[in-house]
Design a protein around this ligand. Structure first.
Ligand SMILES: [Zn+2]
Length: 219
């Protein structure tokens, strides 16, 4: 009875939404929707997507524009307030630094705890932890021992410890980039090219596979 009354009231009085987005090409891969629609938002949530006319306290004219859910960038290297702002201009609402990552997950999140414009996350990066453990002087990428020397068994153990600590501190995953740690690569020609060190023999090393094995046992 009450439901019918509410329905009747709703039918009699078209709702006024907090905000309406009108005439955009709405693309939603999850529901296979790709068409011109109007969207009504209430309380910060999508209340309706329709071809019917809508009224709102605030109106956005989206004709000629695409309206889509926020994109998730899984391979994002820019992680400053400025780059987060640029992401929003491309429709990215979640940026995840999952390749290089960081060697200090707690510090990385602490730097952003005041709040950012978009959602963010980071991996505990094998490359970065290896750089820290092997005292590589590179800032972004390895340029010294972490790029050119196999890790010793003691260093492998320390790298594993660092990766485990990162996962405990909230890392989204374990970041990896084998071509950036040449001695880990089983493909010498690629490694030599990336290392820019054709004079140095590059041998496959087992430290990467040991790390994977050790972690697989512990996780
Ligand atoms: Zn990358």
């Amino acid at each position: 009875m009450m439901t019918a009354l509410l329905l009747a009231l709703q039918l009699g009085t078209p709702p006024v939404y907090d905000r309406v987005i009108l005439g955009g090409r709405v693309v939603d891969p999850a529901s296979n929707l790709d068409g011109v629609r109007n969207i009504g938002l209430s309380g910060g949530r999508i209340a309706v997507i329709t071809t019917r006319g809508l009224r709102g306290r605030d109106t956005i004219d989206a004709r000629g524009l695409v309206v889509a859910p926020g994109f998730i960038d899984l391979h994002a290297h820019g992680d400053t307030p400025e780059t987060y702002r640029f992401y929003t201009l491309d429709g990215v609402t979640t940026a995840l630094e999952l390749e290089l990552g960081t060697s200090d997950v707690a510090a990385w999140y602490r730097e952003r705890e005041a709040g950012q414009r978009i959602n963010y996350g980071v991996s505990i990066g094998h490359i970065k932890v290896r750089m820290a453990v092997m005292h590589d002087p590179g800032t972004r990428m390895p340029v010294g021992d972490a790029a050119y020397r196999p890790a010793t068994p003691e260093q492998v153990a320390e790298i594993v410890k660092g990766i485990e600590a990162g996962l405990r501190e909230g890392a989204v995953d374990i970041g990896a980039g084998r071509p950036s740690t040449c001695t880990l690569s089983p493909a010498p020609p690629v490694s030599r090219r990336r290392c820019r060190s054709p004079a140095k023999p590059v041998r496959p090393c087992t430290s990467c596979t040991s790390i994977v094995r050790v972690l697989a046992r512990r996780l």
